[in-house]
Ligand binder design. Structure first.
Ligand SMILES: NC(=O)c1ccc[n+]([C@@H]2O[C@H](COP(=O)([O-])OP(=O)(O)OC[C@H]3O[C@@H](n4cnc5c(N)ncnc54)[C@H](OP(=O)(O)O)[C@@H]3O)[C@@H](O)[C@H]2O)c1
Length: 216
C-alpha cells in the first residue's frame, strides 16, 4: 500500500512510519519538519505539510506525485485548557490541526483523484473525544476537536461509498503528548493501528488500537 502519514516526524506518526516500512509498504511522510526524518529508504518520500495553513494543504495535494491507498490523519495538538482557563486562539489552532486539517486534506485528496477508489482514511482520534464515555477531560479544546473529528469520520463514511473511513484511538501512548506515565509504547500502538489498517472491513466505526469497538 501507499500510506500517507501526517505528523510523521515524531511520536505515534514516526512509529507508524517505521511499522509501515517493516511491512513493506511505501510511505509518504508529511511533516512541518522534514529535516527530522532521517531515514535512508527509497520507500519513503518526505513532504512539507503544515495543517495550520490551508494553503499548505492545497500545495501539498497539488505537489503529491503518487496515489494514496491509506491516509492516516495522525498529526494533532493538545493544549491543556479547562473551563476556568479557556484560550480562544489555542482553541482555534486545535480545531484547525485536529479537525479541519483531516477534513480538508481528505476532501482535497479525494477530489484530486489522488486518494484511490477502494482506499482508506484513518482518523487518529481519542477516547477523550467520546461523548458517550465522558468521564473527565484533560482539555476542553482537545476533547471538542476530537469529538468533531469523529463526526468527520461519520460524515465521510456516509458520503464516500468507495472509501473506508474510521476513527482510531491509539491508546494512552508514551510520546511528547501522552507523557512519561503513559503505559503504551508508540511501537505497540503503531502495530495495532497497522493491523487495523491492513484488515479494515467496516466503514464509519470507532476502534481502539487493539481493534476493540468504542462508543461515539
Ligand atoms: N499520545 C497519546 O496518549 C494519545 C492518545 C490519544 C490520541 N492521540 C492522538 O494521536 C496522534 C499523535 O499523537 P502523539 O502522541 O504522537 O503526539 P506528539 O508526539 O505530540 O506528535 C504530534 C505530531 O503532530 C504534528 N503536528 C502538530 N501540529 C502540526 C501542524 N500544524 N502541521 C503538521 N503537523 C503537526 C507534530 O509535528 P511537529 O513536530 O512539527 O510539532 C508531531 O509530528 C494525535 O492526533 C493525538 O491527538 C495521542
Amino acid at each position: 500500500m501507499n500510506i500517507l502519514i501526517t505528523g510523521a516526524n515524531r511520536g505515534i506518526g514516526y512509529a507508524l512510519l517505521q511499522e509501515a516500512l517493516k511491512r513493506g509498504h511505501l510511505v509518504i511522510a508529511a511533516t512541518r519538519k522534514p529535516e527530522m526524518i532521517k531515514i535512508d529508504n527509497n520507500r519513503v518520500s518526505v513532504y512539507f505539510l503544515d495543517l495550520l495553513d490551508k494553503d499548505s494543504i492545497e500545495k501539498f495535494v497539488e505537489t503529491l506525485s503518487v496515489e494514496v491507498d491509506a491516509l492516516i490523519n495522525n498529526a494533532g495538538v493538545l493544549y491543556k485548557d479547562s473551563f476556568e482557563n479557556l484560550e480562544y486562539d489555542y482553541f482555534l489552532n486545535t480545531f484547525k490541526v485536529n479537525t479541519l486539517g483531516p477534513l480538508f486534506l481528505s476532501q482535497r485528496l479525494y477530489k484530486s483523484g489522488k486518494l484511490k477508489s477502494g482506499g482508506k482514511i484513518i482518523n487518529i482520534s481519542s477516547i477523550l473525544g467520546s461523548i458517550a464515555l465522558l468521564g473527565g477531560t484533560t482539555s476542553y479544546s482537545y476533547s471538542v476537536s476530537k469529538a468533531a473529528l469523529n463526526m468527520v469520520t461519520k460524515l465521510l463514511s456516509s458520503k464516500l461509498k468507495d472509501i473506508k473511513v474510521i476513527s482510531v484511538h491509539p491508546g494512552w501512548v508514551k510520546t511528547d503528548m501522552g507523557g512519561k506515565e503513559a503505559p503504551v509504547m508508540p511501537e505497540e500502538s503503531a502495530k495495532g493501528i497497522m493491523d487495523i489498517i491492513e484488515n479494515v472491513e467496516e466503514s464509519g466505526v470507532f476502534l481502539d488500537y487493539t481493534g476493540k469497538s468504542l462508543p461515539w
